[in-house]
Design a protein around this ligand. Structure first.
Ligand code: ADE
Ligand code: ZN
Length: 341
């Protein structure tokens, strides 16, 4: 990737906005901004975690990953009716479109809603589809869904919940995913869920080495057949796992703002993004849970610009990676790549 020498150059915001790009790692429930959270609480007569936008903004500060997950699951609890899901999906696709995204793959915490929330999948799915179609009808943005597994719920519970997902409309499901802590991976059979998805023609992706060690990435690739890794920032100190990603051309959907907000890295200088690029790992940029981490897709491109001294060729390379490694149709990809050429 081309790099430039100066680190004080202003970020070319409008040029980067104009690049067609895909966002492959954003959690639908993690797009609930403070005002929307208050709106949802009001809609359901539920008690919000704070009474004001500023209060919720403060509540969206996390010392560590467990604290984040606890609050993320509290947000899930406020999403109850199909229209709640439609509202947040529509709002996020509009926001992504305004940043130049042409395609978004929305991770949805399916097992969280089904197994922990006791909610039915079909109305959730249909609400999301309704919201995405509303946004797409106005903007032309393309989108897909990645229902995901929360491993802290256990493999058996997740397998049962994912059967409910597999039994409903799969037309918009581009992959299944996995988020959350990986401690239970070696001792529980999450592989079976990925194999089941594969038997239905659905590929897998997985969060790995976000806070944990490189073995998570090897496990996700070799056992789950993961076609993309979310984060993967822990791999840089393990040349064998780096080689695995490079040789198989498996990208990492990196979310630097998220890594800072969750203290997965201590500072921008400590973030391995530059080393990942230099090692030849294919990187796509993503915002993960943007309002929870006070970030956006364009701010992630700005971080890469500043931290890695990239020039516009570097920005375009990252945009191209995101399109090439998306699950969009070949026709759409061809159209967007032609615009990038
Ligand atoms: N779910 C939502 N955001 C996540 C993250 N950053 N890591 C793992 N699971 C998540
Ligand atoms: Zn994530």
């Amino acid at each position: 990737m081309t790099t430039s020498q100066s680190s004080t150059r202003p970020f070319p915001l409008e040029e980067v906005r104009a690049l067609p790009k895909a966002e492959l790692h954003v959690h639908l429930e993690g797009t609930v901004d403070p005002a929307t959270l208050l709106e949802l609480a009001e809609r359901h007569g539920a008690r919000p975690p704070a009474d004001t936008v500023e209060g919720v903004q403060d509540w969206y500060r996390f010392e560590d990953f467990p604290m984040f997950l606890e609050r993320y699951f509290a947000v899930l609890e406020l999403l109850r009716e199909p229209e709640d899901f439609a509202t947040i999906a529509e709002r996020y696709l509009d926001a992504a479109h305004a940043q130049g995204a042409v395609h978004v793959e929305l991770h949805v915490s399916a097992t969280g809603h089904i197994a922990e929330g006791g909610k039915a999948w079909a109305p959730i799915h249909d609400g999301i589809v309704e919201g995405c179609q509303r946004a797409a009808g106005r903007t032309g943005i393309s989108w897909g869904l990645i229902p995901d597994i929360s491993p802290h719920l256990g493999a058996e519970v997740c397998a049962e919940a994912m059967e409910e997902v597999f039994a409903h409309d799969l037309d918009h499901v581009v992959a299944i995913g996995m988020g959350g802590p990986a401690e239970s991976w070696p001792t529980q059979d999450f592989e079976a869920i990925y194999r089941r998805a594969e038997s239905l023609g659905i590929p897998g992706v997985a969060h790995a080495a976000e806070h944990g060690d490189p073995w998570e990435v090897r496990h996700a690739v070799e056992r789950f057949g993961a076609r993309r890794i979310q984060h993967g920032i822990g791999v840089v100190d393990d040349p064998d796992v780096v080689a695995l990603l490079v040789e198989r051309g498996i990208p990492c959907d990196v979310a630097p703002g998220s890594n800072l907000a969750l203290n997965a890295v201590a500072s921008p200088a400590a973030h391995p993004l530059r080393r990942m690029l230099e090692a030849g790992i294919t990187v796509t940029l993503a915002s993960d849970d943007p309002p929870l981490f006070r970030t956006s897709l364009l701010e992630e491109y700005q971080r890469a610009w500043e931290w890695c001294d990239l020039d516009m060729d570097g920005m375009a390379r990252l945009a191209r990676n995101s399109i090439e490694h998306s699950f969009a149709s070949d026709t759409d990809k061809g159209r967007w790549l032609a615009r990038l050429a």
